[in-house]
Every structure is written in C-alpha cells, then in structure tokens.
Design a protein around this ligand. Structure first.
Ligand code: ACO
Length: 209
C-alpha cells in the first residue's frame, strides 16, 4: 500500500558537500527547533499561517506532536516527510504531501534550507532526489509545486529541475496572515528523461560520487 517509504536517498554531491534525504525522526526535535527559530525571517514570508507565535510553534516540545502526525500520514501513504542532510547534518526539510493514488497519482512537493547554507545547490539536489523517488519507487505521475511570485529562489530551483509554470492561483493560500497568490509549477513523469539527478549531473551542477 505504501511504496517508497521509508527511504534514504542520495547522496548527491554538490559544491557544498553531500546532499541526502532521510525520514524525519523523533530525535530531530532539537535540531528542528534550533534551525526553525534561527530561520524565522527567511521562512515566515513563505509558510502557511500558524497558530501562536513563531517561537512558541517551534519549541522542541512542538516537535513530538508534529512528528506523530507526519509519521501516521507517512504510514497511510499520503506524506513523505524527509530531512535534508548536508554531510550528515540536518540543514532543512523536503516534504511530499497530499499523495493521491488512483487515476491521478499526484502530490505536491515543498522544501526549505537553512539560510547559512543557501545558494550552493542544496535545495536543487534535494528536489532532484525527491522527484526521482516519486516518479520511481513511489509510482507517482505528477508533482505540483506552488510558489509566491516574489520567491525567486524557489522558482529558480523548480526551473532548474524542469518544472513548468502552469498558471497563477489567485489568493491560493493563507501565508503570513494573508491570502497570497501562488504560481503553480508542475512536472510529469514523461518530462524527466533518465532522471532529475542525472540531468543535474550532466549539467555539471552535481555529481554522483
Ligand atoms: N534572484 C534570482 N535568483 C536567485 C535569488 C534572487 N534574489 N536568490 C537565489 N536565487 C537563485 C540562485 O542563484 C540559484 O539558482 P542558480 O543555481 O541558477 O544560480 C537558486 O536561486 C537557488 O538554488 P539552490 O542553491 O539549489 O537553492 P538553495 O539551497 O539556496 O535553497 C530555497 C533555495 C529552498 C528556496 C531556500 O532559499 C529557502 O529555504 N528559502 C526559504 C523557504 C522557501 O522559500 N521554501 C520554498 C517554498 S516554495 C515550495 O516549497 C514549492
């Protein structure tokens, strides 16, 4: 019922180091809390509005209930919650959500990377690993990604992987306390050739060893 989970993906080598994906763990509380609190200013403009202050929502004690939801959704096969590691250190997260089977076989993909490590190809490598996994072992056919027009870095990541812009979703999501327009990007399995990671390697942006 639940192909492709749990899984450890990579590594894919970038200029920053070795990028890999592994399932979230209960033991991630401290690392998650520290990175999320440190990155409030870079994450808040792009993330769904939450209840309570940023620091309250990201105390280490907030991780176990969130982890439990992610674990049970992952068991049901609707979410793939990954940590992005750089040389074995927790530097961000990549989540595949709303996995739908049946005739659409689609999901959305989302990600964030610690601000002290951006601009070195880590998100692009992580998304490539996630995309190849979704179109391979997970058996999906389509991935969506929604990005605010002002989020140029995230749009650059998606474009490098081969996601296409499909349109503008007006007032799509409650983000940072307002209904924000989002650009819908999408990719289907036919479009990735021999794989997103292989394409990055060919373009010189990453290597397998
Ligand atoms: N103008 C133009 N391009 C930019 C800018 C800018 N201001 N800032 C960054 N870029 C480009 C970089 O040049 C790079 O492209 P290049 O390789 O062609 O030069 C690209 O954006 C970034 O690529 P990576 O280095 O692979 O990505 P990075 O590891 O820096 O992570 C990310 C990007 C995930 C968007 C990070 O900045 C982040 O976590 N931001 C906050 C959270 C966020 O926005 N998450 C995405 C939400 S949308 C979604 O999940 C679908």
């Amino acid at each position: 019922i639940n192909p492709g989970w749990p899984a450890t993906l990579g590594p894919l080598r970038t200029q920053a180091g070795a990028v890999s994906l592994r399932p979230v763990k209960m033991r991630d509380a401290k690392a998650w809390s520290a990175l999320r609190i440190r990155n409030q200013n870079t994450l808040l403009p792009w993330e769904p509005t939450g209840v309570g202050s940023w620091s309250e929502r990201h105390q280490p004690s907030a991780w176990p209930p969130l982890f439990s939801i992610l674990r049970s959704e992952a068991k049901r096969g609707t979410v793939l919650p990954f940590v992005i590691e750089l040389d074995g250190d927790y530097v961000g997260q990549l989540t595949v959500g709303n996995i739908q089977r049946g005739a659409v076989r689609s999901a959305w993909i989302g990600y964030w990377v610690d601000a002290s490590h951006v601009g070195q190809g880590i998100a692009t490598a992580a998304v490539a690993l996630g995309v190849d996994h979704c179109f391979g072992p997970v058996g999906l056919h389509r991935l969506d990604a929604t990005v605010q027009p002002a989020n140029v870095a995230s749009q650059a990541v998606l474009t490098k992987i081969g996601f296409r812009r499909e349109g503008l979703l007006e007032r799509y999501m409650d983000v940072n306390r307002s209904w924000r327009d989002h650009i819908l990007f999408a990719l289907t399995a036919e479009e990735i050739g021999d794989g997103a990671a292989a394409t990055l390697v060919r373009s010189g942006r990453a290597s397998f060893h």
